[in-house]
Design a protein around this ligand. Structure first.
Ligand SMILES: O=C(O)CCC(=O)C(=O)O
Length: 336
């Protein structure tokens, strides 16, 4: 995501679109005029793509520890399946906080307020459009005539610093992997309310005197069915986690081999990228279906594209790990 400095997507060259904020919802034609990506065709190509199951590790929630993942080098995406068909049991197995009745758009509205700013992506152009208020977003998602409006996607509503931060956390595994949690445990605990267990695990690490970085560990993603997110690599060489709360998404992920990275780079620098489906040039891709209760951890540098099959609500975020430090540092000068 490239909006307002909270980018989680590549900072690839994009054409500028001049949107009038007031006209965004009213004037579908204005947005459609900027359409560049045949997202319906690309969604079909993604869903039909070959999948190499050996590119992916699968386990049940709670079965994989941070130590084991680091020891194995965290070289493959990890899919953690729900346990006991229950979101509470799955959250407990993941060491993850969720509100007792689950997280929903209505609860977001109640806790963050109508005026909370929501960064929005227009699916047809894959561009950030002017932010909406949360009230506008919930009205859009629940509108009976939504199909006649431009297809919009929310991928980076940050929960850091909001009242919900005390009720929602990433899986404990993620805090144990995340270098910023390890380096700034006390500030993180106070400012972002991390789990006591993660803070205790990190307490032995001496505190650096520099400021704790802004947290990118906890975002909410709200997507109408039909959304497509084109190929991208998450910013700054970061790893990413997703946990599905409602709905279904399908990710197509590509290993960062020299062949795939060269194909990605050439596509990302091509001004006609919107007219090409990068998936046709990538090798060894794996398809990952994320239904409610599933969690995925994606190592840094894996190009991925995503189709949302049903209206979805997910949480996720970005993190840096010790086993990918070299990779993070190699990417950092380009992405800062
Ligand atoms: O859910 C989506 O459409 C895209 C998710 C993703 O890859 C991202 O936010 O970086």
């Amino acid at each position: 995501m490239s909006a307002a400095g909270t980018a989680r997507r590549s900072s690839r060259p994009r054409k500028q679109v001049d949107y009038d904020e007031d006209k965004l919802c009213a004037d579908a034609a204005g947005v459609l005029a900027a359409a560049a990506v045949d997202y319906q065709q690309y969604s079909q190509l993604l869903l039909q793509a070959d999948s190499d199951p050996s590119a992916l590790s699968t386990a049940k929630a709670g079965e994989v520890t941070a130590e084991a993942l680091l020891a194995a080098g965290f070289t493959q995406p990890l899919l953690l399946q729900p346990v006991q068909d229950s979101s509470a049991a799955t959250a407990a197995a993941l060491g993850m906080r969720l509100p007792a009745g689950g997280l929903s758009l209505q609860l977001l509205l109640q806790q963050l307020g109508q005026q909370q700013r929501v960064p929005v992506i227009d699916v047809a152009s894959q561009e950030a459009v002017p932010a909406m208020s949360l009230g506008q977003w919930v009205s859009y998602m629940t509108a009976p005539d939504r199909a006649s409006q431009p297809l919009l996607n929310v991928l980076s509503l940050s929960l850091a610093g909001t009242p919900l931060r005390q009720q929602v956390s990433a899986p404990e595994l993620v805090y144990k992997l995340d270098l910023t949690t390890q380096a700034w445990p006390q500030q993180q605990q106070q400012q972002q309310g991390h789990t006591p267990a993660a803070a205790a695990a990190a307490a032995a690490v001496p505190l650096p005197s520099c400021r704790c970085p802004r947290s990118v560990l906890l975002y909410c993603l709200s997507s109408p069915g039909g959304c497509y997110t084109d190929w991208h690599v998450d910013f700054g060489g970061s790893a990413v986690w997703y946990h599905m709360l409602q709905g279904v998404k399908v990710f197509l992920v590509a290993p960062p081999t020299p062949h795939n990275l060269a194909a990605f780079e050439s596509w990302a620098n091509d001004s006609s990228q919107a007219r090409q489906w990068l998936g046709a040039s990538l090798q060894g891709c794996a398809k990952v279906l994320l239904a409610a209760g599933s969690t995925m951890l994606l190592p840094p540098g894996w190009p991925h594209a995503v189709v949302t099959l049903q209206d979805s609500l997910a949480i996720g975020g970005n993190f840096l790990t010790s086993c990918h430090l070299g990779q993070h540092l190699a990417v950092w000068p380009d992405s800062s």
